[in-house]
Design a protein around this ligand. Structure first.
Ligand SMILES: C[S@@+](CC[C@H](N)C(=O)[O-])C[C@H]1O[C@@H](n2cnc3c(N)ncnc32)[C@H](O)[C@@H]1O
Length: 295
């Protein structure tokens, strides 16, 4: 998800994360907004300055991100609100430890008024935090809860830096796949899921997107430049090769999780934002059984 033609400070920042910031900035500006992210526009503006000061090639990438935002706005903005609702639900149910995998440029710790008893841990690649922390400091942003960042690659050993950041494996955890697992190759995505299982106390929850990747590939294929920004995601093979796959609930249930599917389309309609092209996607919420023990 990086390109050597991007501005150096943004190399390695998933440009998809900038696309998500654009989506949140657009939503925040709407009078009927589903949520507010007061920092989204600052990320977009800072990224745009760096793209404009860079190569013509970077300007092309910027234009492609804008085209992808048009394709994804409707579904992803509802997804952001759904994620916010799940976090509020988790905190109301007493969960105090949240881990966001592929946290990107979202600012839950700052914008959801989470209580100080909550520890929210964001994990993403180091280059993303180099950019994100700089913009947050410029904005004098202060989290309402305890916030830690873990600069790590999910394809390597991320559990050691997570533990160093103060993660407590004996506490029930709210794990959130913030949109990264679908980009990983299937084996890598399952290595992440197996690590989550091993680190999950009973009653932990793991929420991840179920995205029919073949339907998504059909939508993004015609977007010029999309294959560069979403490598591996614009072909029909993505469904077989990427993410946890359609049988993820069954596989998790074999290792001590129970699962529930929340379809995006009816939830979008309940927010007054019916989807024009429902894909059948949504979120799977897995709950670690009381008698499961450590994975
Ligand atoms: C689609 S973005 C979503 C970000 C976030 N949900 C948001 O709304 O801003 C995916 C994120 O996954 C991160 N990512 C991609 N590959 C990763 C990896 N191997 N390890 C850790 N993070 C990764 C990217 O840097 C990016 O921030």
């Amino acid at each position: 998800m990086s390109s050597p033609a991007l501005p150096e400070s943004l190399t390695g920042v998933g440009v998809t994360a900038i696309g998500m910031a654009m989506i949140r900035a657009r939503e925040t500006a709407r009078p009927d907004h589903l949520y507010q992210d007061p920092y989204a526009q600052a990320f977009v503006a800072a990224a745009e300055r760096e793209f404009q000061d860079s190569s013509a090639d970077a300007a092309d990438v910027w234009a492609t991100v804008g085209r992808l935002v048009e394709v994804f706005y409707q579904g992803r903005t509802v997804g952001v609100r759904m994620g916010d609702d799940s976090l509020r639900e988790a905190v109301a149910a007493g969960r105090k430890q949240i881990v966001m995998l592929g946290a990107g440029l979202d600012t839950h710790a700052f914008r959801l008024a989470l209580p100080s008893s909550v520890h929210l841990i964001e994990l993403d690649v180091p280059e993303l935090f180099a950019f994100k922390e700089r913009v947050l400091a410029d904005e004098h942003a202060t989290p309402t809860c305890r916030r830690s960042v873990v600069p790590a690659d999910l394809r390597g050993d991320w559990s050691a830096p997570l533990l160093e950041a103060g993660f407590q494996p004996q506490m029930p955890t709210q794990w959130v796949d913030a949109g990264v697992l679908a980009y990983l190759l299937r084996e890598q995505a399952w290595q992440v899921a197996d690590t989550i299982t091993a680190l999950s106390a009973p009653d932990s929850r793991f929420g991840f997107g179920y995205i029919p990747l073949d339907a998504m590939a059909r939508r993004v294929q015609p977007v010029p430049g999309a294959a560069r920004i979403m490598p591996g995601m614009t072909t029909q093979a993505a469904e077989q090769e990427r993410g946890l796959g359609p049988d993820a609930p069954e596989r998790l249930e074999q290792t001590g999780w129970s699962t529930e599917f929340r379809e995006l389309a009816p939830i979008a309609a309940s927010y007054g934002r019916p989807l024009a092209n429902p894909s059948g996607g949504g979120s799977i919420i897995a709950t670690r059984q009381q008698d499961a023990g450590a994975g």
